[in-house]
Ligand binder design. Structure first.
Ligand code: HEM
Length: 507
């Protein structure tokens, strides 16, 4: 099958409905004559149960909401396409990275992490940068953030960090993610957060626009070529408008005056034909070079500095169409780290391994059962055939008699033989070892890169980080938590950071 920029749009068109000028009906297609008064006995009497239009209208309204995402609830999205600059066959067999003439349709959702669906856009927070590529070989989701590292090294701690970041459970306060006791309590007790804290306290956590922020896959992935050779890769998105931030004062005022600031900016830029563009960058690391690099590639709290491994820009993402319906597309889209195509593969990063489980699992409840891949925005352009069946909200009607493999009955049977050559095979990485909950020593340096980050900042940038820490820690009620953050985290990052913060907090 051949995919082009319009393929997803054309597929979605079949599901779009424009009611303009159409006769109003019930969900059963029965014409409605009157929708402003319920059916009653006499003009002042009780409403009748037989008024099916009234009951349907209220029932449908009562069930409009679905659970918001457990994180990244507030988001904005756009359609577009991705085009590779030249074939990447040397590194990967992923088909959408071979032919520069192919425009692969994409859907991209940007988000904040901590706030709920109706929260303000310009808060201090990490931003999600999730890209769904509708490729000929199925969907590839690059579910990234605008910060290249993460708070924790092992996914088993994700519920802990998110509970600490979100409003406290007894009174659901505060809405501001990083300005409260539980968040800083967690940080002070978990030193692996140090590097991420530097980024979150920097201006990177206050992007001026979704069009002006970078994106990162964070984890180390693998690229695998047609010969079966694997290399490690870090994915980057580089905005062509450059990276720009708000300052704290602007961001606070905007949060009050226009909570939709980033959503509006994205929407209006696309409507005006001012299409956001980002280049896809890769840092490729030969397996043989890992040791001399001296960086634990499985640790998501570490970057690979661009001075050591330059980012090579291999293609461009252009966002050129706003969604037709927020709920149907932006809210119902389901990204998943496990959605990869042949030529892209996972590593043993323990954060990534947890994510491979978590997204599909949460979507089973958020999107009401196992058939959410049939929702138009999630449907791959590549054909889907298998023996998965039934379940709540099933739409596809599979023909035939045989729903198991192998079988000797004809009809209803997808091929699993020669026709399947080129299907996904996991890279046969070697693993050995004893079962253990012990982390490798190579995960134990939490402060070097945090310090490098701080020391690489210009004077005003350093001042912004110190001011952010003073603001956020100034909201922490317990003195021992403030003390512990300064002593156990900041002092180990850099004295030039810890001393002004300690003085400013009166410690
Ligand atoms: C959303 C889990 C780490 C990026 C989510 C959701 C869950 C989740 C449950 C909600 C998904 C939905 O309802 O559709 C986890 C777990 C993590 C983790 C368990 C660590 C073990 C990360 C990291 C990144 C990231 C490191 C960035 C590289 C995102 C993004 C979304 C998201 C961008 C929003 C996707 C969208 O726009 O719909 N995550 N996450 N997450 N996560 Fe993670």
């Amino acid at each position: 099958m051949r995919i082009n920029e319009r393929s997803k749009d054309e597929a979605l068109a079949k599901d779009r409905s424009d009611p303009t000028g159409q006769r109003m009906t019930t969900d059963q297609g029965i014409g409605i004559e009157h929708t402003d008064d319920s059916l009653r006995v006499g003009t002042r009497g009780p409403t009748l149960l037989e008024d099916f239009h009234f009951r349907e209208k209220l029932t449908r309204f009562d069930h409009e909401r679905i659970p918001e995402r457990v994180v990244h609830a507030r988001g904005s999205a756009a359609h577009g396409y991705f085009q590779v600059y030249e074939s990447q066959a040397e590194y990967t067999k992923a088909r959408f990275l071979q032919d520069p003439s192919v425009k692969t349709p994409v859907f991209v959702r940007f988000s904040t992490v901590a706030g709920s669906r109706g929260s303000a856009d310009t808060v201090r927070d990490v931003r999600g940068f999730a890209v769904k590529f509708y490729t000929e070989e199925g969907n590839f989701d690059l579910v990234g953030n605008n910060i290249p590292v993460f708070f924790i090294q092992d996914g088993i701690k994700f519920p802990d960090v998110v509970h600490a970041v979100k409003p406290e459970p007894h009174h659901e306060m505060p809405q501001a993610a990083s300005a409260h006791d539980s968040f800083w309590d967690f940080v002070s007790l978990v030193p692996e957060t140090a590097h991420m804290i530097m980024w979150v306290m920097s201006d990177r956590a206050l992007p001026r626009s979704y069009r002006m922020m970078e994106g990162f896959g964070v984890h180390t992935f693998r690229l695998v070529n047609a010969k079966g050779v694997s290399r490690f890769v870090k994915f980057h998105w580089k905005p062509l408008l450059g990276v720009h931030s708000l300052v704290w004062d602007e961001s606070q005022k905007l949060a009050g005056k226009d909570p939709d600031y980033h959503r509006r900016d994205l929407w209006e830029a696309i409507e005006a034909g001012d299409y956001p563009e980002y280049e896809l960058g890769v840092q490729i690391i030969e397996e043989a070079d890992v040791e001399k690099l001296g960086i634990e590639l499985l640790d998501p709290t570490k970057i690979v500095p661009e001075e050591l491994v330059p980012v090579r820009r291999i293609g461009k993402l252009t966002l050129n169409r706003n969604p037709t319906n927020f709920f149907a597309e932006t809210e119902q889209v389901a990204f998943c780290v496990a959605n990869v195509v042949p030529g892209i593969d996972f590593t043993d990063d323990p954060l990534m391994q947890a994510r491979l489980f978590s997204y599909l699992d949460t979507q089973l409840s958020r999107l009401g059962g196992p058939n959410f891949a049939e929702i138009p925005i999630n449907r791959p352009l590549a054909p889907v055939h298998n023996h998965q069946q039934d379940g709540i909200k099933r739409h596809r009607i599979d023909a035939g008699r045989a729903n198991y493999h192998p079988n000797s009955l004809s009809g209803g049977c997808p091929m699993l033989s020669a026709a399947n050559k080129g299907g996904f095979t996991h890279f046969p990485a070697k693993v050995t070892g004893e079962k253990t909950r012990t982390r490798s020593e190579s995960f134990s340096d939490h402060f070097s890169q945090a310090g490098l980050f701080f020391r690489s900042m210009s004077k005003p940038e350093k001042e912004h980080i110190i001011a952010a820490l003073l603001f956020e820690l100034g909201k922490v009620e317990r003195k021992e938590i403030r003390q512990r953050v300064v002593e156990q985290i900041l002092a180990k990052i850099d004295g030039e950071l810890a001393i002004p913060v300690a003085e400013g907090l009166g410690l």
